[in-house]
Design a protein around this ligand. Structure first.
Ligand SMILES: Nc1nc2c(ncn2[C@@H]2O[C@H](COP(=O)(O)OP(=O)(O)OP(=O)(O)O)[C@@H](O)[C@H]2O)c(=O)[nH]1
Length: 867
């Protein structure tokens, strides 16, 4: 080869034409373009760095020598200067790279050196082997301009490890070449400080261009190859390499460890070295894990970067038996995460917040009817009053109107409406309040004039006050001759309800539900109170309200009474209520009339729910079905998760313990029904029966007759089978008989639920309850020979029963608890002594009785627990 084109040489060298041209220039060889031809000696100049070495200044030589030394005598160099571990570490790789760099063009020469200084073909590299220390410098020389800069730059590159990885492409060859020196390097220098690895490799003194560097790196293999097998077609391969370079590089990045042992190991070393650095540095980030209400054990472990088993172990230590898929609630997650040095942040998407009612502009508000709840003591006439008001109104309106119970109704007086929630009693009122629903504007407190203030009257007053709802007192049964309204007023005054005529602010109306006395007056007062309260709402927006009542209707599916509180609900509107959503298919009022829209304070029965909502659920109308669906499913998921998390929490903290002690019972149920709707309804109602003490598991539910499979399942899991409008197949029936499986058939869901409830109660342990019998005061203490002290007592309350349990109280402190050993009246033993009588009481094994002590007797009775 006498002449060679620039581009050819560049190709051979595996560098860019431009780069080669620049290099040529630096050697004083001017070329016009990559097509220019180069003379042999010119080629030598560029490719053989040998020449310049001598020209290097003493100072430079020094520097270079280190490098060179390292290159050629890595082992020695290292050994020789162990005190300078860092420097060599850095230089060494550089040297390798350099050598490689130089080598490529010369191919064989480089190879030869290692084994024996052999005869490196002809070119520059030849000298390298024998006098490496000097030659290397030469190689470096050509680019002396950038010694420091280069180093700095290269040091910063992380590619080198990857590059080193390159051998992946030609594992065998590369391994052969680079390994020997590198191995040693790594073993002796690198290994001690692996983290420096990424930096160390960079040093290659030459180029600033990454690509080039890579090529050079790629080169080393060749020399090695040469070493073993002679000359490798480096140049040609390089081309191919170039083409696939990008791909290869990628592979290298992602799969650093190719196959073969050595190469693989080396790759790993490099790669892991790189990774290590990354891991230690970035993990300084705040250790906060964001979760939404709950997180599964597996996910939490993953996010903390710990093994799930380790996390489970920690949880077990905390008494929680969990599996990897168990959801943990925020509290639990926080607790365990702390153990691992992490913090938990609950970033639950608060849908309710999104749906928060936006305050309306004052001008958009219009007057709305008041919503009234009737409360009072049992039998004081709540229902009668509700009915009376309604009937009176119906009669006043359209005669004969068929009314139906929908949980609420409205009446009209002088063109103004009043809405009554017709679930009397404070239970419904508080249940709704407990759910955060504020529905009632005014409470009508019914007090029977002949009975006065009773316990539930007090409760009702307290509940109303707690809710900040004004009370209007309806003194009922005023028609009764024994009615004493004044007494009622007086008693109520003690509860803070002072009538207006007595200077107070509470409105009192004397009525008779039975005789329809003063009902309009009562309603008038309600309206008056409403005026004072200035109840307003904006009717011109999407509806917002509360579910007053809901049920599953056989023909219509889930049906709920919605009390619209703001906006207007129209037919066809989409909505969300609790965990359910739907679209208003039809609405009707309590008079069973179809309505097209319902404004503020209007109760309507809505059809179109996807499920039965709960009373007290907030009802929100919206135009967007997708949104309604999303919110509902989000809520459902949250509900499920929290319930599951709660459940598992309980099983960990209490339930598990209880199960161990046999205190917790499970009731397994299989539900079969004629239609899917019933299956779901039953399953849902049953699930709701689960309590902390008895868990109700619906093992299986489906449509169709009760089959043998169902019976088998029931047998295997001690379940009972509930059938709704279905019968067992004859074979199933026989099997059930044989296996003793309880199969219950119903037509009404309510009956089934009731039965199950009872069954669950039967499963519960009977509760031991103390039953107070009476008390007696010790007035005298007699000392009876052979018996001990006997308390001469006077029964103040209840009865004293022989053999009853007793408690001796002194200054209200129990000083003895045991059994009564004797009970006498005068000299006779008696079974019991009633109030107002005197008796002698002996206490079993206890004599320290004093005058003034109180003896209380009681019995322990077993009470079947109720849910
Ligand atoms: N004389 C008379 N009797 C009444 C009046 N109002 C109700 N009663 C009677 O009182 C009894 C109880 O009435 P209810 O309306 O059932 O009372 P309640 O408060 O709804 O009772 P619970 O639903 O059990 O809490 C019934 O026998 C009614 O007939 C009344 O104004 N005058």
């Amino acid at each position: 080869m006498s002449k060679i084109h620039v581009y050819e040489l560049a190709k051979q060298l595996g560098i860019e034409n431009k780069e080669l041209i620049a290099r040529l220039k630096s050697h004083g060889i001017e070329v016009k373009s990559h097509m220019s031809a180069l003379e042999e000696d010119e080629v030598k100049k560029v490719t053989a760095p040998a020449a310049p070495p001598k020209a290097v200044s003493a100072k430079e030589q020094d520097e270079i020598r280190v490098t060179t030394t390292v290159i050629r005598r890595r082992p020695k160099a290292v050994e020789a200067q162990p005190e300078v571990p860092e420097a060599p570490a850095l230089e060494a790789p550089a040297a390798v790279v350099e050598a490689a760099e130089i080598a490529p063009p010369v191919e064989e020469p480089v190879v030869t050196p290692e084994p024996v200084p052999a005869a490196p073909p002809e070119k520059p590299v030849a000298p390298v082997p024998p006098a490496p220390a000097q030659e290397a410098p030469a190689a470096v020389e050509p680019q002396p301009e950038m010694p420091t800069a280069n180093r700095a730059r290269i040091l910063g590159r992380v590619e080198l490890p990857g590059i080193t990885t390159k051998p992946a492409a030609k594992p065998a060859e590369r391994r052969e070449v680079v390994i020997p020196p590198k191995r040693k390097m790594e073993e002796r220098i690198m290994t001690p400080a692996p983290s420096e690895r990424p930096a160390a490799p960079a040093p290659s003194a030459d180029q600033k261009k990454g690509g080039r560097k890579k090529e050079f790196v790629a080169a080393p293999p060749e020399p090695d190859r040469g070493a073993k097998k002679g000359v490798a077609p480096a140049a040609k391969k390089k081309e191919a390499f170039k083409k696939s370079e990008m791909l290869e590089r990628r592979e290298r990045v992602f799969e650093p460890g190719p196959k073969a042992g050595k190469g693989k190991r080396r790759d790993k070393e490099y790669v892991s070295a790189g990774r290590k650095t990354e891991i230690t540095v970035p993990k300084a980030i705040k250790r906060i894990i964001k979760i939404s209400e709950s997180i599964t054990v597996g996910e939490l472990a993953k996010r903390m970067g710990v093994k799930a088993t380790d996390l489970i172990r920690v949880l077990m230590k905390m008494g929680m038996m969990v599996t990897i898929n168990h959801p943990l609630d925020v509290d639990t997650a926080t607790l365990v995460a702390n153990d691992f040095g992490y913090e938990i942040e609950n970033v639950a998407l608060d849908v309710d917040e999104i749906l928060e009612a936006v305050p309306d502009a004052p001008e958009s508000l219009v007057k709305r009817p008041p919503v009234v709840t009737i409360m009072g003591h049992v039998d004081h006439g709540k229902t009668s009053l509700l009915d009376a008001i309604r009937e009176a109104n119906v009669i006043a309106g359209e005669a004969g109107g068929i009314t139906q119970h929908i949980g609420a109704y409205d009446v009209e007086l002088n063109g103004r409406k009043i809405t009554f929630l017709d679930t009397p009693g404070h239970e419904a009122f508080t249940a709704m309040r407990a759910r955060g629903a504020k529905v009632t504007d005014i409470v009508i407190l019914v007090v029977a004039a002949d009975d006065g203030v009773m316990p539930q009257t007090r409760e009702a007053v307290n509940h109303s006050k707690a809710a900040g709802v004004p009370i209007i007192v309806a003194i009922n049964k005023i028609d009764k001759p024994e009615a004493k309204p004044e007494r009622v007023k007086q008693e109520l005054m003690e509860l803070g309800l002072v009538s207006e005529e007595w200077g107070g602010e509470t409105i009192f109306v004397e009525v008779s539900a039975k005789k329809r006395i003063n009902l309009p007056e009562l309603l008038e007062m309600v309206l008056l109170q409403a005026d004072v309260m200035d109840l307003r709402a904006n009717p011109d927006k999407e509806a917002r309200g509360t579910i007053v009542e809901a049920k599953l209707d056989r023909g219509r599916g889930p049906v709920a009474t919605v009390l619209v509180q703001e906006g207007t609900l129209k037919n066809g509107d989409f909505f969300v209520a609790g965990v359910h959503y739907g679209r208003v298919r039809a609405m009707q009022n309590d008079r069973a009339e179809k309505v097209q829209s319902a404004g503020p304070s209007m109760p309507v029965e809505v059809i179109g729910f996807t499920g039965v909502p709960d009373a007290g659920d907030v009802f929100i109308g919206m135009n967007d079905e997708k949104r309604a669906k999303e919110i509902a499913s989000h809520r459902q998921q949250k509900l499920r998760e929290t319930e599951l998390a709660k459940h598992s929490k309980m099983s960990l903290e209490q339930l598990y313990d209880k199960i161990q002690k046999g205190e917790v019972k499970d009731l397994n149920v299989i539900v079969k029904a004629d239609v899917q709707g019933s299956v779901e309804a039953v399953a849902e109602s049953l699930r709701k029966l689960s309590t902390a003490a008895v868990r109700l598991n619906v093992l299986h539910s489906s449509v169709g007759a009760i089959t043998e499979t169902d019976v088998n399942l029931a047998t295997a899991s001690s379940a009972i089978i509930l059938g709704f409008n279905v019968r067992p197949e004859p074979k199933a029936s026989a099997l059930a008989d044989k296996e003793g499986v309880d199969v219950r058939l119903y037509n009404i869901i309510y009956d089934a639920v009731e039965d199950i409830k009872k069954a669950m109660e039967g499963l519960l342990e009977p509760t031991l309850r103390e039953k107070y019998l009476g008390r007696a005061e010790v007035r005298e203490v007699f000392s009876v020979p052979k018996v001990g002290n006997v308390a001469g007592s006077y029964v103040q309350d209840g009865v004293m029963k022989r053999n009853a349990q007793v408690r001796l109280l002194r200054d209200n402190v129990v000083i003895y608890e045991g059994k009564m050993s004797s009970l006498r009246r005068f000299k006779d033993d008696v079974k019991e002594v009633a109030t107002g009588y005197e008796c002698g009481i002996g206490l079993e094994n206890y004599n320290d009785i004093k005058v003034g002590d109180i003896i209380e007797d009681f019995e322990i009775e077993k009470v079947a627990a109720t849910l």
